[in-house]
Structure formats: C-alpha cells, structure tokens
Ligand binder design. Structure first.
Ligand code: ADP
Ligand code: MG
Length: 228
C-alpha cells in the first residue's frame, strides 16, 4: 500500500449498460486520482454518470474495462469478499437520501457499522457520541431518524460515513435534498470533518457554489472527465 500515492485512482474506466437492446456507454475512459486530504467536486448534468462513477469507485460495481485502485490496491482481480473488506476498512459513503436504519437511534446508526467492523460496543458508542457531537447532534443521539429534520438526518449520515475512520469519502449529492441553508450547514460540517481527518473525498454535487468551496472540480461530460 503506497501511503504517498492517491487514495483513489481510476485508469481507463469504462462502463456500458445494455438496455432493451441499446448499448449505453456511460463512462468512456475515466482517468482520475484523489489524493489524501483532498476534496474534489464531481459535477455534470443529470444522467452524465456521476452515480455510476461513485459506485465503481466505492467497489459496489465493477467496470467493464479499466482499473480502480483504492489505497494503492488494484481491485479488478479481487474477489467479492476482498472488495467488501477493502470497502469497509477504507471507504465511507454519504448518499443523497440518508439511508439511516429507521428502527434505530441516531447513536445506534453510527455504532452499528463499527460493530460490523469488529469494534466493541462501548468503544463504538464513545466514538459515535464524539462524532454526533461534532455534527452538532449530541442532544439528538437517542432520536430515531423520523424524529429528526432532513438536515439533521444528513448530519447523522455524515457521522456514520466517518464512523470507521475511512481514508476515502464518497458522497453522492449529499445535500441534494436540503434547502439552501441546511445544505450549506451540512456541507460545512462535512468539510470540517473531512479536513480534520485528512480524508480524500470525491463529492458529486449539482451545487456549483459548494463545488467552488472544494479544492478542485471534475466535470463529467459525454463519458469523460475534464478539469473544471
Ligand atoms: P447521474 O448520477 O450523473 O445522474 P447516473 O450514473 O445515475 O447519472 O446514470 C448515468 C446513465 O446511466 C443514465 O442514462 C442512467 O439511466 C444509466 N444507468 C445507470 N444505471 C443503470 C443501470 N443499472 N442499467 C441501465 N442504465 C443505467
Ligand atoms: Mg446520480
């Protein structure tokens, strides 16, 4: 594992969907690298392949061609168990919709991924409390997702994404469901936490103002990325 190299590196990544006999070439040769501590915006029109790219980067899907390297490790030849292990140990996700477990409290939603990773409950609870307090939700820890506002739910999702101290954070329009004020607030918290942890982050967003607050912008257009 090369510590100095990119935390995420895509080389010649192609993704083709076949739908009703039509070939849809969504990604036509993507090359990009995200270094530790760097926050990079991924922008592009709806349907340009942002989510597809993030799924490949997050090892949730495999490209048709090309290589996805995570923490220096080439993943194309890894079996599903190794890919899952690398994902759990290295990558955190924030989605547009929070995807919190509705039956569990905010605290438990941040504890559970740590316990799946083998952390003892007590230690996991302490870390969850610390993270919830960093996103301003110390007093909401026992609330279930339905008892929280959209902005609060998304802040819990940010805490959950960082629960296992990932080195790479992937976010798919993390503030897309929030109004301007709450989007701003959730993004500022995400940015603070990512910066403090030195995590590399690739964040798809429609919001060009938020993109402008990141270190650089990649524009996805016609299946390729361009520097914005
Ligand atoms: P974005 O996130 O930029 O809006 P997506 O990555 O979701 O774009 O989708 C890119 C294109 O790929 C769209 O035309 C979408 O319909 C198509 N697509 C995405 N996933 C699939 C799939 N599993 N099967 C077929 N087509 C898909
Ligand atoms: Mg999308």
């Amino acid at each position: 594992m090369s510590e100095a190299g990119p935390i995420l590196h895509l080389e010649g990544v192609r993704r083709v969907f076949a739908q009703a006999g039509e070939r849809l070439e969504v990604l036509r040769g993507i090359d990009l690298a995200i270094r530790p501590g760097e926050m990079v915006a991924l922008v592009g029109p709806s349907g340009s392949g942002k989510s597809t790219l993030l799924h490949l980067a997050g090892l949730l899907e495999r490209p048709d061609e090309g290589e996805v390297r995570v923490a220096g490790e080439a993943t194309s030849r890894l079996n599903d168990d190794r890919r899952t292990g690398l994902r759990r140990s290295t990558i955190g996700f924030v989605y547009q919709y929070h995807h919190l477990l509705p039956e569990f409290s905010a605290l438990e939603n941040v504890v559970i991924p740590q316990m799946i990773a083998g952390v003892a409950r007590r230690k996991a609870s302490m870390r969850a409390e610390e993270l919830l307090s960093k996103v301003g939700l110390a007093r909401r820890a026992s609330h279930r997702p339905a008892q929280l506002s959209g902005g609060e739910q998304q802040r819990v999702a940010v805490a959950r994404a960082l629960a296992n101290a990932p080195r790479l954070l992937l976010a798919d329009e993390p503030t897309g469901n929030l109004d301007h004020h709450h989007a701003d607030e959730a993004f500022a918290l995400l940015q603070d936490l990512v910066r403090a942890a030195g995590v590399g982050a690739l964040i798809a967003t429609h919001n060009l103002e938020l993109a402008g607050r990141m270190d650089r912008t990649l524009v996805l257009d016609d299946g390729r990325v361009k520097a914005g």
